[in-house]
Design a protein around this ligand. Structure first.
Ligand code: CAA
Length: 388
């Protein structure tokens, strides 16, 4: 693209170039095979940790890079252009578990987890959804019961990104009692580690896209968690999760921008090479209009995303802005990858070219970390709020 409209600083360019090089050398050569075999390459985590990509928002006192949100999202977009699977690992780790420990954890919890998370030794995951609690996340039923110095957890968590490789899984569980349900205000957040007795990794999902990123079910069978692993207040876990999903949704928006940009770049190159009716197909307005719409929506998504990120770093209320960014960017990813497949024609439908993978990868951005319908609900509620 001619202009990304972001006016990057020198440091941001350096980090963008580092992410671009890493993705080009360490991921691009393998991604078709990983996608085909639904294979997750564990060494990627350590490599990302060594380069600082897993501690981008963690302050330097905990061995992170302590960067602003925009710089983190620039790096994330570069990774997503090459591989959306690696991007979701990076997004979840940086946006959810590390941020939850940083914002709501005790000094002891921060010292115990954050340096290892920044270095890539402890991969983070986030477990909110359950088989029967998706969009209605507050309806979760995993139960935590306080017994002495421990909490005992029973239940099943679904759709946990990196859940079978994670060393710290922030898990939301009910802390109210079946006799006295308190809805969204009866949920706690716990730092679960896989060594705890009663922790079981269940089904690994066989997915349409993001096949190089493992998504698993986790089951807790009388899982005993030390009370020192409770994050913040025992009834505030849902609110913490919602606040943190504002970061998460920015990460998914950056991932979606990356997928859309990859589709745009692939389609632009192909339209120059492919000849039909004695000329490159980019000379036809039907193709030009598609590329123009794709480029415009990518630029608009990125602009909205970074406006939200900067507002967040200024400490403003970004509940609506983060949902807008996620909604618009994920619908752009779906739009752009669909157009790219159309421009490639039959070649867009086969695995010889990357656009069929981009098309499959794009879809989940409209689903996870809140579906597009949930983002619209959040946006509309904030709109009513303003006019109350
Ligand atoms: N910041 C601060 N507080 C917030 C908040 C936010 N962003 N969002 C909600 N809250 C607070 C509310 O103020 C409310 O507090 P009070 O009790 O004081 O009123 C409380 O949390 C409950 O909120 P709601 O009344 O809005 O709750 P709700 O049940 O109506 O649900 C919802 C709201 C927006 C639908 C929410 O359930 C939601 O976002 N659902 C989607 C779930 C989701 O995004 N899941 C993604 C899972 S992670 C994932 O995808 C896996 C992965 O690894 C990638």
């Amino acid at each position: 693209m001619k202009s990304d409209l972001l006016n990057l600083t020198e440091d941001q360019r350096t980090i963008r170039d580092l992410a671009r090089e890493f993705a080009k050398n360490e991921i691009a050569p393998y991604i078709a095979e990983w996608d085909e075999n639904a294979y997750f390459e564990p060494s990627i985590v350590q490599k990302m940790g060594d380069l600082g990509f897993l501690g981008m928002l963690i302050p330097e006192e905990y061995e992170g890079l302590g960067l602003d949100t925009s710089t983190y999202l620039i790096a994330l977009e570069e990774i997503a252009v090459v591989d959306a699977s690696t991007a979701v690992l990076m997004s979840v780790h940086n946006s959810l578990p590390t941020q939850m420990i940083l914002r709501f954890g005790t000094d002891e919890q921060k010292n115990r987890f954050l340096p290892g998370m920044a270095r890539g030794e402890i991969l983070g995951a986030f477990a909110l959804s359950e088989p029967d609690a998706g969009s209605d996340a507050a309806a979760l039923t995993t139960q935590a019961v306080h017994e002495g110095d421990e909490w005992v957890l029973n239940g099943t968590k679904s759709w946990v990104t990196s859940g079978n490789h994670a060393g710290a899984i922030i898990t939301m569980a009910r802390t109210d009692t079946p006799r006295d349900r308190k809805g969204a205000r009866g949920i706690g957040a716990f730092i679960i580690t896989p060594d705890l007795p009663g922790f079981h990794v269940g089904k690994k999902e066989d997915k349409l896209g993001l096949r190089a990123s493992p998504t698993v079910q986790l089951t807790f069978d009388n899982l005993r968690v030390p009370a020192t692993n409770l994050l913040g207040l025992p009834h505030m876990g849902f609110v913490y999760a919602m606040q943190s999903l504002e970061n998460g949704r920015l990460g998914i928006a950056a991932q979606a921008v990356g997928i859309a940009r990859a589709a745009l770049e692939a389609a632009t190159a192909y339209a120059a090479e492919r000849h039909q009716f004695d000329r490159p197909i980019r000379e036809f307005q039907a193709i030009q209009f598609k590329l123009a719409d794709m480029a415009t929506r990518v630029a608009a998504s990125r602009t909205l995303l970074h406006a939200a990120a900067r507002a967040k770093d200024r400490g403003e209320n970004v509940k609506q802005a983060t949902s807008m960014a996620k909604l618009f960017a994920s619908e752009t990813a779906m739009f752009a990858t669909n157009q790219a497949v159309q421009i490639f024609g039959g070649y867009g439908y086969v695995k010889d070219y990357p656009v069929e993978r981009l098309f499959r990868d794009a879809k989940v951005t409209e689903i996870y970390e809140g579906t597009s319908e949930i983002q619209r609900i959040v946006i509309a509620r904030e709109q009513y709020h303003e006019h109350r």
